[in-house]
Design a protein around this ligand. Structure first.
Ligand code: CAO
Length: 234
C-alpha cells in the first residue's frame, strides 16, 4: 500500500461529489433478495452499484483506461475489471471482479462473495488482486458519509460510496426529489428520503471534471431508476 499510494499521490487529482436518491434501489434490492435468498446468495448493494458503474463506463471508456508513466499514451481497456476496496484484518486490499461488462447482477454477487470469503481467509491469489481498470470503495458500510478516494495508478478514476442515510427532503407527489420551482410554488411536501453521497476522483492530467460529471449523471440515473439498469443489461 505504501508504494502504490506514493505513486498514486503523484497524480493531480480532481474529486467530484454528488447525492443519489437510494429509495428505488433499496426496494429493488429487497425484491432481488427475496428471490435470491433461497439460493444462498447474499445480495448487498455492491453488485448493483458495480453493474451500474460498468454500464456507465461503456459510455465513458476513457475512465476505464490506463495511462502510461510518461503520459504519452492512454490505453482504453475493453474489459471492466472493477476493484472493490475491502477492509480486512491485514489492512486494505483491492481484489478485482473481472469482466463486469459481461456479467449479471447475480454473477457479480457470486464473485463478490467468493472474494470476500477468500480475503477473510487470507487466500486471495495474485490473479484476483491484479488487473483492475477502475475501482470502488464502499466506506459507507463502515460509517463515513463522504470520502476523497485516491486514484490507483495506472488507473485514471475511482469512486467512493458514503453511508446511506434517511434525511428529510422536499418531494413531489411521486415521492421523488422536488424541483426548486415546485418548492417555490408550495407544491412539494417534506418526506424521508434515502440518500447516499458518491465521490469520484480522477487523474486531472488526462481527465476533465465535465467528463466525470457526465459519467456521474449517467451512473446516478441507473441507481435512481433500477428499471433503466435492468433494461440495459446484456
Ligand atoms: N450505507 C449504509 N449501509 C451500507 C452501505 C452504505 N454505503 N454499504 C453496505 N451497507 C450495509 C449493508 O446493506 C449490510 O447491511 P444489511 O445486510 O443489514 O442490509 C451491511 O452494511 C454490511 O454490508 P457488507 O459490508 O457485508 O457488504 P457490501 O457488499 O456492501 O460491502 C465491502 C462489502 C467489502 C465493500 C465492505 O465490507 C468493505 O470492506 N468496505 C470498506 C472499504 C474500505 O475499506 N474502503 C477504504 C478504502 S481507502 O483506504
Amino acid at each position: 500500500m505504501a508504494k502504490s499510494m506514493t505513486a498514486s499521490l503523484q497524480v493531480q487529482h480532481l474529486t467530484y461529489g454528488e447525492e443519489v436518491d437510494f429509495t428505488k434501489i433499496r426496494k429493488f434490492r429487497k425484491e432481488l433478495q427475496a428471490a435470491l435468498g433461497p439460493k444462498g446468495i447474499k445480495l448487498s448493494y455492491m453488485p448493483m452499484i458495480l453493474k451500474a458503474t460498468s454500464l456507465a463506463l461503456l459510455q465513458f471508456p476513457m475512465l476505464n483506461a490506463h495511462v502510461s508513466h510518461d503520459l504519452t499514451e492512454m490505453i482504453y481497456k475493453g474489459d471492466h475489471n472493477l476493484g472493490v476496496a475491502m477492509d480486512t484484518p491485514s489492512g486494505l486490499i483491492v481484489p478485482v471482479i473481472k469482466r463486469v461488462q459481461q456479467k449479471s447482477i447475480i454473477d457479480i454477487a457470486y464473485d463478490l462473495q467468493d472474494l470476500q470469503v477468500a480475503s477473510s481467509a487470507g487466500k486471495l491469489t495474485e490473479e484476483q488482486l491484479s488487473g483492475g481498470t477502475f475501482s470502488l470503495s464502499n466506506i459507507g458500510s463502515i460509517g463515513g458519509t463522504f470520502m476523497v478516494p485516491v486514484v490507483t495508478s495506472p488507473n485514471v478514476a475511482i469512486g467512493a460510496l458514503g453511508r446511506i442515510q434517511m434525511v428529510p427532503s422536499y418531494v413531489d407527489e411521486r415521492g421523488e426529489r422536488a424541483s426548486v420551482d415546485m418548492i417555490d410554488r408550495g407544491q412539494a411536501k417534506v418526506a424521508p428520503l434515502s440518500l447516499m453521497t458518491v465521490s469520484w476522483s480522477a487523474d486531472h492530467r488526462v481527465v476533465d471534471g465535465a467528463t466525470v460529471g457526465k459519467f456521474s449523471n449517467l451512473w446516478k440515473s441507473y441507481i435512481e431508476n433500477p428499471s433503466l439498469l435492468a433494461m440495459n443489461m446484456r
